[in-house]
Design a protein around this ligand. Structure first.
Ligand code: SF4
Length: 159
């Protein structure tokens, strides 16, 4: 799993970049590729779950701090569709401090996720708690790309 420090310092982005490089430089199923299996382990540590809007809203309403910012991986694909993420609790505070996100209200966060309703919502475990809700962009998302290549990591929240 990543930590709030990994997010605020950009280390998480470096790990995404490395994983995407493996996906870009290989073809077909990766379920027997040792390097890819190590990536799968790292991805699974985030315990990513696909969320419905009401489930996302529930997390937002229980958070002590809420922040909104560009989805972390978009830096790697600056020309891609723009979507935003909601950061919660300590991760929200860390992202605000590192100027990667801005303080937001419950209403702002919910409205933003509604605006991205065609993008599947994914929640990730950061520093031991679910603290990042991303309106994922499936062509570039490390989770969706891993899934497409036979590396299982994504589940629905209630499964
Ligand atoms: S699109 Fe996927 S890889 Fe990119 S920030 Fe969102 S959850 Fe992470």
């Amino acid at each position: 799993m990543g930590t709030t420090d990994d997010y605020s310092t950009g280390r998480v982005l470096e790990n995404i970049r490395k994983a995407l490089h493996v996906f870009d430089s290989t073809e077909g199923s990766l379920s027997n590729n040792e390097q890819a299996l190590r990536i799968q382990e790292k991805i699974q540590a985030f315990e990513p779950r696909i969320l419905s809007f009401p489930e996302a809203s529930d997390y937002i309403r229980k958070a002590s701090t809420i922040a909104l910012g560009e989805r972390v991986c978009r830096v790697l694909h600056p020309g891609s569709v723009s979507t935003e993420s909601v950061f919660l609790d300590e991760l929200a505070e860390a992202m605000i401090c590192s100027e990667q996100a801005m303080l937001a209200s419950i209403e702002d966060a919910e409205q933003t996720l509604k605006q991205h309703s065609s993008h599947p919502l994914i929640i990730s475990m950061v520093s031991g708690r679910y603290q990042e809700i991303c309106a994922s962009y499936t062509p570039d998302c490390v989770y969706w790309r891993a899934k497409k290549r036979g590396l299982h990591c994504l589940k629905h929240k209630n499964s």
